[in-house]
Design a protein around this ligand. Structure first.
Ligand SMILES: [Zn+2]
Length: 185
């Protein structure tokens, strides 16, 4: 085989298996046992070249989704978030026959929303950068916590009752969410 071994960072530790992953920057990282021969790692990485390429493309698509917003769009999302999320939550809460105590906009970088033990809802302003149906799913998710303070089967049944399409909306967030979370306020 003439093709080169893709570049990678090697991290050796007391482990039993060899693992290849991509870090956030799209660099290949190999984790290997302390004495595992280098030439074997090279063969392994070479054999995964196609996987690396495919997942790098996926990663950059995600980054691109977030990068597709102009500064004006981001500013507009920020400034309209509070009103939109409050009104939309009130509307959906009425359909679900629940009453949150308060609805606040958050700037958390790791979570889309939360519901406190006393039913205060927090929603991330970045939801306004998501498709409206994804934003609705998140609101339904948090409002369902008013009835179920966990992620039990009963909880998910309640979410699905008001959001039959919740699986694909969750998947959308999983794919595109991390890129959006990197947008600074
Ligand atoms: Zn939840």
């Amino acid at each position: 085989m003439e093709n080169k071994v893709p570049e990678y960072t090697l991290i050796r530790s007391k482990r039993k298996t060899v693992e290849l992953s991509l870090n956030r920057g799209g660099e290949a990282v190999v984790r290997a046992p302390l004495r595992y021969p280098k030439y074997k790692i090279d063969i392994f990485v070479k054999s995964r070249a196609e996987w690396l390429g495919k997942n790098r493309r996926k990663l950059s698509e995600r980054e691109n989704f977030a990068a597709g917003f102009s500064e004006a769009e981001i500013q507009s999302a920020k400034s309209s978030a509070e009103k939109y999320l409050r009104e939309r939550t009130a509307y959906i809460a009425e359909q679900m026959s629940v009453s949150p105590i308060a609805v606040k906009t958050s700037n958390a970088k790791t979570r889309w929303g939360s519901c406190s033990h006393d039913n205060r809802i927090n929603l991330n302003w970045r939801l306004l950068l998501c498709p409206p149906e994804v934003c609705d799913y998140l609101i339904i998710h948090e409002l369902s916590h008013i009835t179920h303070k966990n992620h039990s089967a009963e909880f998910w049944a309640r979410v699905a009752e008001f959001c039959p399409d919740c699986k694909s909306r969750r998947k959308w967030l999983k794919t595109n969410g991390s890129g959006l979370m990197n947008i600074e306020r």
